[in-house]
Design a protein. Structure first.
Length: 367
C-alpha cells in the first residue's frame, strides 16, 4: 500500500524514520503538524543544479516560464505567475478582485480567516462574510442568500472564495458539481470568484477529476508546491492575462518578485512529474490513522477522511487538545491544535507507517 517517496531514492524510504535520519539530521521526529513539513528529496534538489537560469522579472528564466505555462494549462487558465507562498496567492487575488470596503464571501473556517494574519483587511481593506457550512462547502443557495442587495449603507459583495480541499473540514473534497454551481451562482450575481487550491491536486488524485474541472467556474486559482508535493518554496497563481498582469504589479509592490527563480521552479517541475500520483499514499495513510484513532477511548469522533487530513475530536472526559499536543510533543510527535478539543493530523511524503504506529501508540498513553 505504501510506496517509498521516490523509486530513484531508496535512502528516502519510509524506514528513514526508524533510525530518525532525515536529510542528515539524527532525530526521530514524527511530523504530522502539516504537509508543509515535507523536505525536498535529493532528486528534487539535483533537478535544480543544471537548469539554465535567468531573471524572472524580465521573463527570462526558462524553468519559471515552463512551470507557469504548465500550471495555467492544468487549471484551464490563460496565464500564471510564480509566487513564494499560497498566502501571497490568496492575498494578491483578493486585492485584484476587490476594492477597499468590499465584502468577500467564504466559509468561516477558510484559510484567509484563520491563517493569513488578517491580510485581507490589512492589505485590501475588505470585509469577510463568513458562512457556517457542512464540511467546509458552500451551497449555491448559501451563496445566493449572502449576496447583499446594492445599497449605500452596506458593503458591496464582490468576491466568492472557495477552498479545495477544505482544510479544517478534514481535507474534505468538494464535489465538482457543487463547487462550480456555487461559483456560477456568485458570477450570476456579479461577483468574481477565486479558488484557494492549496491541496487541489489532493482532490484530483482522490477523485480522478482534473484540476481544470474544479477550477472551471473560477476567475483565478492556484496550487501549492510546498505541501504534499514536497518543494521548499512556491505556489503558482493562474487567471486571465489581464488578471496576471495586475497580480505581477502587486507581486513587485509587496516584495514577492525574485530573480533566478529557476533554482526553485525546477524543483516544482520535478514535483509535477514525480510526486503527484504518490499523494494517494498520503490519503491511504490518513485513512489508516483515522480508523485506528477511532478505536481509542480518548477520541470521540473522526471527521470523514477524503484526502490527507485527519480531524479528531477528543472525548470530554480527558485532556484537551493543547494538553494532548504537549504530551505528544514530548514523544517527538507533532500535531496541530485546531479547537479546544479538536486536533488535526496531516500525512505527507515524510511520514509513513512507522510514524503512524508511533502516533497511535502515543495516543494510548495520553493521560
Amino acid at each position: 500500500m505504501f510506496r517509498t517517496h521516490d523509486k530513484a531514492e531508496p535512502e528516502r524510504a519510509f524506514e528513514d524514520t526508524i533510525t530518525g535520519r532525515i536529510n542528515g539530521y539524527d532525530r526521530q521526529m514524527h511530523a504530522f503538524y502539516s504537509d508543509t513539513q515535507t523536505r525536498p528529496t535529493r532528486a528534487m534538489r539535483e533537478a535544480a543544479l543544471n537548469v539554465p537560469l535567468g531573471d524572472e522579472r524580465h521573463d527570462a528564466d526558462p524553468s519559471t516560464t515552463e512551470l507557469c505555462a504548465r500550471v495555467a494549462d492544468m487549471l484551464g487558465m490563460e496565464a500564471a505567475v510564480f509566487l513564494p507562498s499560497g498566502t501571497m496567492c490568496n492575498e494578491i487575488a483578493i486585492a485584484v478582485h476587490t476594492r477597499p470596503g468590499d465584502e468577500v464571501i467564504c466559509t468561516r473556517e477558510s484559510h484567509i480567516i484563520f491563517a493569513e494574519s488578517g491580510g485581507p483587511a490589512a492589505l485590501s481593506g475588505v470585509m469577510m462574510c463568513p458562512i457556517d457550512t457542512e464540511r467546509g462547502m458552500l451551497t449555491p443557495e448559501q451563496v445566493r442568500d449572502h449576496v447583499r442587495p446594492a445599497s449605500a449603507h452596506a458593503p458591496r459583495s464582490r468576491l466568492l472564495l472557495a477552498e479545495q480541499t477544505a482544510n479544517l473540514a478534514g481535507g474534505a473534497v468538494w464535489p465538482v458539481e457543487q463547487l462550480n454551481a456555487a461559483a456560477d451562482t456568485a458570477k450570476a450575481a456579479g461577483l468574481s470568484t477565486h479558488l484557494d487550491g492549496a491541496r487541489l491536486l489532493n482532490a484530483q488524485v482522490a477523485t480522478g477529476v482534473p484540476a481544470a474541472d474544479y477550477a472551471r467556474g473560477f476567475d483565478s486559482a492556484w496550487i501549492a508546491f510546498t505541501k504534499g508535493l514536497g518543494c521548499p518554496v512556491g505556489a503558482v497563481l493562474a487567471g486571465s492575462r489581464d488578471f496576471i498582469a495586475e497580480a505581477w504589479l502587486l507581486k513587485r509592490r509587496w516584495g514577492g518578485a525574485m530573480r533566478q527563480t529557476g533554482v526553485l521552479t525546477a524543483m516544482c517541475i520535478y514535483a509535477l512529474d514525480h510526486h503527484v500520483d504518490r499523494l494517494a499514499d498520503d490519503h491511504a495513510l490518513a485513512k489508516l490513522i483515522g480508523a485506528r484513532l477511532g478505536e481509542l477511548a480518548i477520541v470521540s469522533n473522526i471527521l470523514p477522511i477524503d484526502s490527507n487530513i485527519v480531524i479528531a475530536d477528543l472525548a470530554n472526559r480527558g485532556p484537551d487538545a493543547r494538553e494532548v499536543a504537549s504530551q505528544l510533543r514530548h514523544k517527538n510527535i507533532t500535531i496541530t491544535v485546531v479547537g479546544v478539543r479538536r486536533i488535526r493530523i496531516v500525512t505527507h511524503m515524510d511520514v509513513g507507517r512507522v510514524d503512524a504506529d508511533a502516533l497511535v501508540a502515543a495516543m494510548t498513553t495520553v493521560t
